[in-house]
Design a protein around this ligand. Structure first.
Ligand code: ADP
Ligand code: MG
Length: 616
């Protein structure tokens, strides 16, 4: 099936070709032909199924380009969606001379919107409140409107727009075509349809499977205070070229953005309280790839067409399983590969189970990646980037022509430079520890080494421990050690396990078969500008106390000390206390945000609405 079989005019077909769409989606296949014949349409299909084109094409064909007055009115729940629909319509109208669309929404100044209306646009996409205002002021003439579109009708009703929709419709000519689109059906929507249209053609596209099948979904159990760190590790792993992070409240969105900015990532936010112009700017830079990470609330992101997101992170589990589906629907669109990562806390298990039942999929529980795994993934991602770049780089740069070194050596040097460049310092988090109850902490007589084999602390099945006479005091970090062992030591991927950094020394677990080579190559080496030695761990007197990770709250950094179990107990308690406070705060915010939800998207309208009744 191709677009040319749907009865679309040549100008729009040409634009579709320019846009690169080849096959109409099911909703487009079924809705466009009857809509072109003039029928009213009720189209029900899930997010991302291509509804915008399904109504924009027939609406555009209804327009008489010679008549410079509003002929199509599309109502949409949010400003962002209105802007996005207009963008799509303008692209489709590329070859339709003199036809253009304009978004009309609250929370922005009237002037530019009025100017556009006075210029004589034919296609208006607006949020209900502002549309009523302009109609009542006589700035949005209704007498030539022949097509009414309701997009995301379910969302509009959820947001309390029912009366406004009825009011808008009462001001429109009775003789018109109504195109009605929604992701879900409900009795309220049914009633609305019956009021607005008689005998529409109803098209329902069943979602094949509720979630996107190419999207790999995993879950990390992480306490709230560790989540920024785990998110940073995900970014560091090099696969987040464009990541979308969801939080439940504006407050958490702000916290995440601030946390990531402080670590030097290119990140921005999207939530309902931001001025419109700012939101548009953010959306644009995300679309153009200038931002790696966008952090958003559900409402701000709902219905937005953000393409090419390679990973969606649920910084918090959404309360509503449908929100989960909407969130992860942002990745793996149109058959591309994508990934969804969800952070959960200990109390989220029942909610998670509810979501899993709703989507009919079990999610993969994964352990938080260690510093070593992050390093390995970064290197792999770098190799991928290099290979991608190699496809375009066929000429040796002039600067390198006269260098008399074997290519291999040059390549190794370049790779090491790339590895060293732009890597960020990881911080220790409780999830890095062997277990929540700190087995390693115990000074009791349990044979600890046996427990290390294959447990969740060590990533190696069998390991030999190496000793390095440099540690925290000279600024050694896990990534420095990983870099040293991989680059200088020539350790293959997966052969370096747990790295424990003490004040004056570091213990490194490696695969036994790699130990001899590493001992030889790293017998004398340098790290953090100091010359050090790597040798077998002889467990000198006084140093075989177990390591306890302590988070240094003042500097935000962390350190690892040999310590006593008492330290661990206190740490656990402090951690629990902090988590509870954090959770209370976030619950409180969420309740607040839920309360605000109604009046957020179109605040000028709502504030007026509550102050004095507008209708006469
Ligand atoms: P919905 O409104 O149903 O959530 P959209 O209209 O926003 O979905 O479309 C989702 C994405 O799919 C957009 O990026 C859009 O450009 C793209 N798209 C729409 N129709 C097609 C098509 N026929 N072929 C390929 N991509 C399409
Ligand atoms: Mg849509």
């Amino acid at each position: 099936m191709s677009f040319s079989q749907l009865g679309i005019c040549p100008e729009i077909l040409e634009a579709i070709e320019v846009l690169g769409f080849e096959t109409p989606s099911p909703i487009q296949q079924q809705a466009i032909p009857p809509a072109l014949e003039g029928h009213d349409i009720v189209g029900l299909s899930h997010t991302g199924s291509g509804k915008t084109l399904a109504f924009s094409i027939p609406a555009l064909e209804n327009i008489d380009p010679n008549q410079r007055s509003v002929q199509v009115l599309c109502l949409a729940p949010t400003r962002e969606l209105a802007v996005q629909i207009c963008r799509e319509v303008d692209k489709l109208a590329l070859f339709l001379d003199g036809v253009s669309a304009v978004p009309i929404y609250g929370g922005a100044s009237f002037a530019p919107q009025l100017a556009a209306l006075r210029r004589g646009v034919q296609f208006v996409v607006g949020t209900p409140g502002r549309v009523i205002d302009l109609m009542e002021q006589g700035e949005l003439p209704t007498e030539h409107i022949t097509t009414l579109i309701l997009d995301e009708a379910d969302e509009m009703l959820d947001m309390g727009f029912q009366e406004d929709i009825d009011r808008v419709v009462s001001l429109l000519p009775a003789e018109r075509q109504t195109l009605f689109f929604s992701a879900t059906m409900s009795p309220a929507i049914r009633a609305l349809i019956n009021r607005l249209s008689d005998n529409p053609q109803e098209i329902t596209i069943e979602r094949p499977v509720l979630t996107v099948p190419t999207c790999e979904q995993s879950v990390y159990e992480v306490v709230f205070s560790s989540r920024i760190e785990v998110l940073s590790r995900l970014i560091e792993m090099g696969r987040m070229k464009r990541g979308l992070v969801f939080a439940n409240t504006k407050r958490v969105v702000d916290d995440v953005v601030d946390g990531l900015l402080a670590r030097g990532y290119s990140v921005d936010r999207l939530h309902g309280d931001m001025p419109q112009t700012l939101r548009e700017r953010v959306m644009d830079s995300f679309r153009r790839g200038n931002l790696n990470v966008l952090v958003a609330t559900d409402i701000a992101a709902r219905g937005l067409d953000i393409d090419d997101v390679d990973i969606v992170v649920n910084f918090e589990l959404p309360r509503d399983p449908e929100d989960y589906v909407h969130r992860i629907g942002r990745t793996a669109r149109a058959g591309r590969k994508g990934k969804a990562v969800t952070f959960i806390g200990r109390r989220d298990f029942s909610l998670l189970a509810r979501i899993e039942r709703f989507i009919g999929t079990r999610m993969q529980h994964e352990k938080v990646m260690t510093a070593v795994q992050v390093e390995e993934a970064r290197r792999e991602a770098l190799v991928d980037d290099i290979l991608e770049q190699a496809a375009h780089a066929t000429e040796l740069p002039d600067e390198l022509r006269d260098i008399d070194l074997p290519a291999e050596q040059l390549m190794a040097a370049m790779f090491n430079l790339l590895v060293a460049k732009g890597s960020c310092e990881l911080q220790a988090i409780p999830e890095d520890r062997p277990s929540r109850y700190g087995k390693r902490d115990s000074n009791d007589s349990e044979p600890a080494p046996a427990a290390e084999k294959g447990n969740d602390w060590s990533s190696l099945q069998q390991s030999t421990t190496l000793f390095m006479n440099g540690g925290k005091l000279i600024g050694v970090r896990p990534k420095d050690v990983a870099g040293l062992f991989y680059n200088e030591g020539g350790a293959p991927k997966g052969t370096v396990g747990d790295i424990r950094i003490f004040l004056k020394h570091t213990l490194i677990e490696v695969s036994p078969e790699m130990a001899p080579q590493l001992l030889e190559r790293l017998a004398t080496c340098s790290i953090c500008g100091y010359e050090v030695n790597v040798r077998e761990d002889k467990k000198p007197e006084g140093d075989n106390r177990p390591a306890v990770h302590v988070r240094d709250r003042r500097s935000g950094g962390s350190s690892t000390y040999p310590g006593k179990s008492e330290r661990g107990g206190r740490f656990e308690r402090a951690e629990r206390y902090n988590n509870n406070r954090q959770r209370e705060r976030s619950d409180r915010n969420e309740r607040k945000e839920r309360g605000n939800r109604r009046d957020r998207e179109d605040s000028p309208f709502f504030s007026r609405f509550t102050k004095k009744p507008r209708r006469s």
